[in-house]
Design a protein around this ligand. Structure first.
Ligand code: GLA
Length: 402
């Protein structure tokens, strides 16, 4: 190689380093600048499955804008599966003209007009889980379409992907979304199969860690094909243990959407469900009919003190710090140096549950205030530890602050 071609090669390498690499880094940091706290909103699937329409979505947006949900931080209105029916001659994805006669651009405008954001659903395979056309091979075309409609959030599922590589599939759609120039939160819905917590940061803003939640406290029911198993709230909770370190601002573990208000659990059980999702820094996507909520459901979904734990700007996911049979303690460090603590009784009779300051990584000699986040009362100042009786299938959730 002569001197001229050497310097040409050096120039070329420098050019690639200066132009191409920063582009990738800025793409990643752009991705990571979204969802600095876990996304909050509503998703149609848990309650309505395929029964979605523009009338439903508009009435949900109306309700959220006026029933204090928007004020509490619920922001995204997400249509899950079944809004799409086919592709047109040019391969563009087409929304069901019967159910969405005004089209998705008009729906997005409506939702934005309410001060809310618009989310949509697709899938990395050939078909969605409900058998509708999905995005494989149409990633950039679909992303551009979403950008034109005014989509702010994409949930991207994993059905009918055959042998497709998950990292490749999600990176392709991630890059397609970035190429639209529109900030779109990217929700990886891969069910934890390919351990998305290992590679999801920088690709998406949240990733499902498990299969679908069912509206049950606990379930070991096998699926119809004999495979294992339907997941209740407790099974999902237990599967979060050990994943704490992968979550943080812009990239969250997603233990699936909320079932609060759907009828399969008691009020204390739903309170526990909501408390744990907040402690886990989970996305809070309500999955009930928010147009007609009972007082109990509202009290849970609108508990500002528990929501503040979920949205704490330190962004550290909580973890289980002790387990003694049915008695457990979970804790999460907060930005102000306090700890959100859940004293949990899985059992069927009342139990006393205790936490020591040392378990919370505080010096044992300190005094700390304890505030009950469900009763909204200060319990006083305690030295070294706190204990309380916890009802069956219930939590006591407190904030401890030295
Ligand atoms: C999968 C997802 C669910 C839901 C359905 C829709 O099961 O995990 O959250 O989106 O598909 O078909």
């Amino acid at each position: 190689m002569n001197r001229f071609s050497k310097s040409l090669t050096t120039c070329l390498i420098l050019f690639i380093a200066l132009v191409c690499l920063p582009a990738r880094t800025s793409a990643q940091s752009e991705r990571n600048s979204l969802a600095q706290t876990p996304p909050m909103g509503w998703n149609s699937w848990n309650k309505f499955q395929c029964n979605v329409s523009e009338d439903l979505i508009k009435s949900v947006a109306d309700a959220m804008a006026t029933n204090s949900m928007k004020e509490a931080g619920y922001e995204f209105v997400v249509i899950d599966d079944c809004w799409q029916v086919k592709r047109d001659a040019d391969g563009n994805i087409v929304a069901d003209p019967q159910r969405f006669p005004s089209g998705l651009k008009a729906l997005a405008d409506y939702i934005h007009g309410k001060g809310l954001k618009f989310g949509i659903y697709s899938d990395a395979g050939t078909l969605t889980c409900a058998g509708r056309p999905a995005s494989q091979g149409h990633e950039y075309q679909d992303a551009l379409q979403y950008g034109k409609w005014g989509v702010d959030y994409l949930k991207y599922d994993w059905c009918h992907t055959e042998t497709r590589n998950a990292l490749e599939a999600y990176t392709t759609m991630s890059n397609a979304l970035l190429a639209t120039g529109r900030p779109i939160v990217f929700s990886i819905c891969e069910w934890g199969t390919a351990k998305p917590w290992l590679w999801g940061a920088g690709v998406g803003n949240l990733w499902r860690t498990t299969g679908d939640i069912s509206d049950k406290w606990s379930s070991h029911k096998k699926w119809a094909d004999g495979s294992c198993c339907e997941l209740g709230m407790l099974e999902i909770l237990d599967l979060q243990v050990g994943l704490e370190s992968f979550s943080g601002p812009g990239h969250w573990n997603d233990p699936d959407m909320l079932e609060v208000g759907n009828g399969g659990m008691t009020t204390p059980e739903y309170r526990a469900h909501f408390s744990f999702w907040a402690l886990l820094a989970a996305p809070l996507l309500s999955g009930n009919d928010v147009r007609s909520m009972s007082a109990e459901t509202k009290e849970i979904l609108l508990n500002k003190e528990v929501i503040a734990v979920d949205q704490d700007s330190l962004g550290r996911q909580g973890r289980r710090i002790s387990k003694n049979g049915d008695r457990e303690v979970w804790a999460r460090p907060l930005k102000d140096g306090g700890r959100a603590v859940i004293l949990f009784n899985r059992g069927t009779s009342e139990a006393e549950v205790a936490v020591t300051w040392e378990q919370l990584a505080y010096p044992g000699h300190l005094s700390a205030t304890v505030r009950d986040l469900w009763d909204h009362k200060d319990r006083g100042s305690f030295s070294g530890s706190y204990k309380t009786k916890v009802a069956p299938h219930s939590v006591v959730m407190v904030k401890v602050l030295p």
